[in-house]
Design a protein around this ligand. Structure first.
Ligand code: SF4
Length: 303
């Protein structure tokens, strides 16, 4: 067993909330995760950015529980209400094995933070029965620096969000006033570990960091501010994905401005800012086709 699993079972501090609850003794912290991995669904997923989905899909594992409580969360039945099934370590390793057998390019762990030590152990078991696959660490960005440091060399591709630029928005939207500081520090650490996106001959990601910006209604200016922060603190070599797919769900319904889609007037300045900063690699969703399956890819600056 890994040391991170031992410490998590005794006093969980995996994420910035640092609940310090003894998950191995039956206690549960903010995210309500216990001592056995819970998963809502898993399978081939073609809706990620093109280098992650590739031609054979990413092997996605959608974990139950989350360290945020976004009032607009489309996944709230499993992220906030605990839908899903328990899997022991052999069960989780068997899932990874099955995704590999399907030909998926990578193991795409979606919101894995509360289950990291279990995922690390399961990957070790899966490595014993077949070739290793790159780990895509698919996160809201609300990560603790110390935990990320333990992942150096274990994660190949970070797929992370920068969702807010102001603590009051993060508090209202996700019950996480510390999100901005945590997510920005986390992104710098991810970038230090993996650097720019590197793809193989088929255009499939082998290593790197991709930063997503989910543009929020009434808060598009914060995406503009985050693009400026990225350009200044990371530089134009980072791959950026601007997302227009916000759809009101869960507690956002009936709550202004969370209850509406983005308007063209608020989205266009974000796209203009993206182009003005001249990021070398990235994708932008068309406001008219905001499904994750319809990400519009383009190079934002000539090579
Ligand atoms: S992972 Fe869950 S229990 Fe652990 S510190 Fe974060 S919110 Fe608390």
């Amino acid at each position: 067993m890994n040391a991170l699993l031992d410490s998590t079972l005794m006093a969980c501090e995996l994420c910035p909330r640092r609940c310090r609850v003894a998950r191995g003794g039956g206690a549960r912290g903010y995210c309500k995760a216990g001592d056995t991995t819970e998963i809502f669904r898993y399978g081939r997923h073609d809706g990620e950015e093109p280098p992650v989905s590739g031609t054979r899909g990413s092997g996605a594992v959608f974990f139950s529980r989350c360290t945020l409580r976004c009032l607009y969360c489309q996944n709230y039945p499993w992220s906030q209400e605990g839908a899903g099934r328990p899997y022991d370590l052999d069960g989780l390793a068997a899932i990874l094995d099955g995704l590999r057998a399907q030909g998926c390019h990578n193991w795409n762990l979606v919101s894995p933070t509360p289950w990291l030590p279990w995922a690390m152990e399961a990957r070790e078991r899966a490595r014993r029965t077949g070739p290793d696959l790159p780990i895509v660490y698919n996160t809201s960005g609300y990560e603790r620096l110390e935990t990320l440091r333990a992942l150096e060399g274990w994660v190949q591709v970070y797929l992370t969000d920068l969702r807010y630029a102001r603590p009051e928005s993060a508090a209202e939207g996700s019950d996480a006033a510390g999100y901005v500081a945590s997510a920005r520090a986390a992104l710098l650490e991810m970038w230090r570990q993996t650097g720019p996106l590197v793809c193989d001959a088929e255009g499939v990601a082998r290593q790197g960091t991709i930063c997503r910006l989910l543009v929020l209604p009434g808060r598009a200016q914060e995406a503009v501010e985050n693009l400026a922060w990225l350009a200044e603190h990371v530089g134009p070599a980072i791959a950026v994905s601007v997302m227009a797919q916000y759809t009101p769900a869960h507690r956002a319904v009936g709550r202004d401005p969370w209850s509406r889609r983005l308007t063209r007037e608020e989205y266009e300045p974000v796209v203009e800012a993206l182009e003005a900063h001249d990021f070398g690699t990235g994708w932008v969703q068309d406001l008219e086709m905001p499904s994750p399956d319809e990400l519009v890819g383009y190079r934002m600056s000539p090579d």
